[in-house]
Design a protein around this ligand. Sequence first.
Ligand SMILES: C[S@@+](CC[C@H](N)C(=O)[O-])C[C@H]1O[C@@H](n2cnc3c(N)ncnc32)[C@H](O)[C@@H]1O
Length: 290
Amino acid sequence: MNYLIFRKMKSLRTCLRIHQSALNSCCLVKPCSTYSNEKQTHFGFKDVGEKEKKEAVLNVFHSVADTYDLMNDAMSLGIHRVWKDEFMKTLAPGPRTKLLDVAGGTGDISFRFLDYVGKDALNAENGAHVTVCDINKSMLGVGEARAHKLGHSSGISWVEGDAQELPFPDKSFDCYTIAFGIRNVVRIDLALTEAFRVLKPGGRFMCLEFSKVTPPELESLYDFYSFQVIPPMGKLLAGDWDSYQYLVESIRKFPDQEKFAGMLKNAGFRFVKYENYSFGVAAVHSGYKL
Ligand SMILES: C[S@@+](CC[C@H](N)C(=O)[O-])C[C@H]1O[C@@H](n2cnc3c(N)ncnc32)[C@H](O)[C@@H]1O
């Protein structure tokens, strides 16, 4: 009798296991990508496949392109301008510097570069030049229209491309910048390897990105502003809650200052250091290719 019950339970368990695996393979239990060969990553707080993240990030920036600059001013109360000015002062480009600004979007970093080096350097033979590279046509379109409006016609070019597979030869740039872009890239390690590849020996990498706030007592205030104010503001000013929800979630998923510095060292950069802006709301990381 006991033996019969044992046999029945065993076959029931086997049956349940088959049923469970059938359910899984039909994607009824978890998202399909969990069971495909695709590597997993995150889009904000959601677990997604790498391709899915790339598409979702493209959609976010297509959606926000037209209101991107207005929202930056509103969300940061204009402070992002101070951070970007400071970032360019630290980079201190010279009259012949060739800069690659990756994830350059609507041009904030590149316009500061053009202003910093000045018209003479831009018009000189073999003078300073910035290449803005971004994966998103809509962001580049807004950037080019701004450049036209601001009279920035020389010393700048616009290229559509992915930070993970840059469409440039090895050793082509003196400096590589990426501002508020790298946390959106699916494989940060690949983007850093590419940054290292396209820099000339002696070239400098500089990244401006949201980071970890210190001291910890500030965290709850920062969390309140991030999660309770920013998405509603996105809805009100840009008609888009979800993109701004992604923004604040993606900031929380990005490695903290020390961890990101470690990633730069792993990619081959030397003299790696970082500086916090506004209590670590943002941080600038810098490193050199020797
Ligand atoms: C928050 S915006 C930053 C724009 C600009 N750098 C600034 O500071 O205002 C992020 C930009 O990263 C771009 N981006 C996201 N993933 C990328 C990738 N894999 N390669 C190149 N650009 C990417 C987006 O299209 C978007 O324009």
